[in-house]
Design a protein around this ligand. Structure first.
Ligand code: ZN
Ligand code: ZN
Length: 279
């Protein structure tokens, strides 16, 4: 009888320990294109969630997901912060972001200055209060990375030129966000970063510390040798999941172009990844 009780208590303790361990699991949930949510405990952050352009090759947000986001319904309830990589139609819709901040008053926004200016020009009847919750980062190419903080989040930002450098899209303020949730889970969202090591070599010490548990590079970091080298030698994430994947790329790795077979890609809205344990 006593033995049985001891066993029961042991099982109970084991359950409590596993439950509390599970509560601190971090995961990433795919939305569409480069849109995704990262969750650690009660902390939720979202990258590039609202955009209207598919340019005929990228996924748009499914209708139900968009509705849940605006309504603050699960899984998008209690979002703490939204991050915008850059002001391009397949990443960011100024009018929709204004609407989201109006409807969800607990959300803070971090975005390049270019994107915030576009939101400000959405109309004069704007509830200007929303801009109290907006942080614009004003970074030029080669500027030192900046660090920001809010409750539960350490936010680091650096401008990495948009793909097409050095001949095209030089005016686009593309920000790579490295965010640490609750001092334990670090993720990196790169926007449409150009995969040339020269952009990363100049901040070698920055990239060499606080290596992300999970990085979300645009898929062209996998399909180019220089992109793979930047991931392996500079960013050094525990894991990477590629984003910005064209709709023509199949979910089944065997059916993909050879250069994308060995990599993990976000393909289907709603799919999730567990973020590897903190060290
Ligand atoms: Zn872009
Ligand atoms: Zn893009």
């Amino acid at each position: 009888m006593i033995k049985q009780s001891v066993r029961n208590i042991t099982v109970l303790l084991f359950c409590i320990i596993s439950l509390s361990a599970r509560a601190h699991d971090s995961n990433a949930q795919y939305m569409a294109n480069e849109g995704l949510m990262v969750v650690h405990g009660d902390t939720k952050i979202v990258f590039d969630p609202l955009f209207r352009e598919s340019y005929g090759q990228y996924l748009l947000l499914p209708e139900e997901m968009e509705q849940a986001l605006f309504a603050g319904a699960p899984p998008f309830d209690g979002i703490d912060a939204v991050f915008i990589s850059h002001h391009h139609g397949d990443h960011f819709s100024p009018a929709d972001m204004v609407r989201l901040l109006e409807e969800q008053t607990g959300i803070r926004l971090y975005a390049p200055n270019q994107a915030v200016l576009a939101m400000r020009s959405e109309g004069s009847d704007l509830d200007s209060n929303i801009f109290d919750r907006v942080t614009a980062v004003n970074l030029a190419y080669k500027d030192a990375p900046v660090t920001l903080e809010m409750e539960g989040l350490l936010i680091e930002a650096v401008r990495i030129p948009h793909s097409g450098w050095p001949t095209g899209r030089l005016d686009v303020e593309n920000i790579s966000w490295r965010v640490t949730l609750n001092e334990s889970t670090t993720v990196l969202h790169m926007g449409d970063a150009d995969p040339n090591d020269v952009h990363f070599a100049q901040d070698a010490a920055y990239w060499n510390r606080n290596n992300p548990h999970m990085a979300f590079p645009p898929y062209w970091f996998f399909s180019s040798a220089s992109g793979r080298e930047i991931l392996n030698n500079r960013i050094k994430p525990t894991r990477s999941v590629g984003v910005h994947v064209p709709v023509t790329i199949p979910a089944d790795p065997i059916l993909r172009p050879l250069e994308l077979r060995g990599f993990d890609l976000f393909i289907s809205p709603g799919e999730t990844r567990l973020i590897p344990d903190q060290d």
